[in-house]
Ligand binder design. Structure first.
Ligand code: ADP
Ligand code: MG
Length: 331
């Protein structure tokens, strides 16, 4: 069973009809209408020792920052502004005091940068693994929130930043490769930077039709947009934004940069679609802004059509398609 099948089984038949519930299970955040056109956005994500991280891979400060960053990224994915957060922390006895303080130090620095305020949590003992679970509450105006289900045939598919680096950083950590050429990728894996400001700007343009953040991997997350929107896609692999150093560094440990860009997780970039009639206007906008955004494909009407074209314009074979908690091997 995959992670997604399990979530479906657990959440099937939930009442989803509350008047003020705009979006329940199935997106990056839940959306709840509060007053006028205001919406609360709520999301939660946990990091578990030996599943999401190994203790000797990073210091506790960066672990704390990452635990918050991945949640901020889900608020970004909806086009919202993060406001408040709660932290539940499960500490093995030998780590209780000093580790927790360092985790909080890293987390609160990132919180200050994004002006999000810690409003509560829970502190418990854990027999072995360190666990950090965070819930973030954000806000947005209802008519600007971007969901996974708004993509329509003909919409252009864009991705922000560059792909594959975090997954490569993880490969380096697993392989014990720490040289100078590898360290930027390792840092990107350990300290992701959520695209909150960019996402808010994009939502404000009012010409996007869907958005998601890249946590499971480009194809897996674009797949979530396709599933929820009932559409297919055609992506041009040679257009994927891949940092040129990644090709060289990946070659050194026998990894494939393009596979990492297509299927590697945790880039925390944004995948979004732009309404068909507004693509040239958006291209002009992209030309003027400093934010890197790349048009990589198009949404199609056949929901079974999920095509990646290789450099020769033929259908590419994709080796992996993203991270799944119950389908993948862990660290
Ligand atoms: P993301 O990668 O953006 O954090 P997930 O893949 O973790 O999203 O979750 C997909 C959707 O399923 C979200 O709406 C999330 O809230 C919901 N979900 C995940 N696990 C559970 C669960 N155990 N019970 C209820 N809803 C869940
Ligand atoms: Mg997400």
């Amino acid at each position: 069973m995959t992670e997604f099948e399990l979530i479906q089984q657990l959440t099937r038949g939930l009442p989803r009809t509350a008047k003020d519930l705009v979006k329940g299970v199935g997106d990056d955040c839940a959306a709840i209408r509060v007053k006028g056109d205001r919406c609360l956005l709520v999301t939660t994500d946990a990091l578990i020792e030996d599943i999401h991280f190994k203790n000797n891979w990073q210091n506790f400060e960066s672990l704390g920052a990452k635990a918050l960053a991945v949640n901020l990224s889900d608020i970004a994915a909806m086009g919202g502004r993060p406001r408040f957060f709660l932290v539940s922390i499960g500490l093995p006895p030998q780590k209780a005091g000093s580790a927790a303080k360092k985790i909080y130090s890293g987390m609160l620095k990132l919180a200050a940068r994004h002006k999000v305020i810690l409003i509560g949590g829970d502190t418990v003992a854990s027999p072995k693994a360190l666990v950090i679970s965070i819930t973030v509450i954000g806000e947005a105006s209802q008519n600007k929130v971007l969901y996974r289900n708004g993509a329509r045939p003909g919409d252009a598919i864009y991705v922000s930043g560059t792909l594959g680096e975090s997954a490569f950083g993880l490969e380096c950590l697993k392989a014990g490769r720490r040289g100078k050429i590898f360290s930027p990728f390792i840092i990107r894996h350990l300290l992701p930077s959520p695209k909150v400001a960019l996402a808010k700007k994009l939502a404000g343009l009012r010409i996007l039709t869907s958005m998601i953040d890249v946590s499971d991997g480009f194809l897996a997350d674009l797949g979530h947009i396709a599933d929820e929107s009932n559409v297919g896609y055609k992506v041009d692999a040679k257009k994927l934004p891949v940092e040129k150093n990644l090709f060289e560094a990946a070659g050194k440990i026998g990894a494939n940069a393009l596979d990492l860009a297509l299927s590697g997780g945790e880039d925390y970039e944004l995948i979004f679609t732009v309404r068909a009639g507004k693509i040239s206007a958006f291209e002009k906008y992209v030309g003027k802004t400093k934010d890197k955004m790349t048009r990589v494909g198009v949404i199609t009407s056949n929901k079974r059509e999920r095509i990646v074209l290789n450099a020769g314009g033929n259908k590419a074979k994709v080796r992996r398609s993203g991270f799944d908690h119950f389908g993948a091997k862990h660290l």
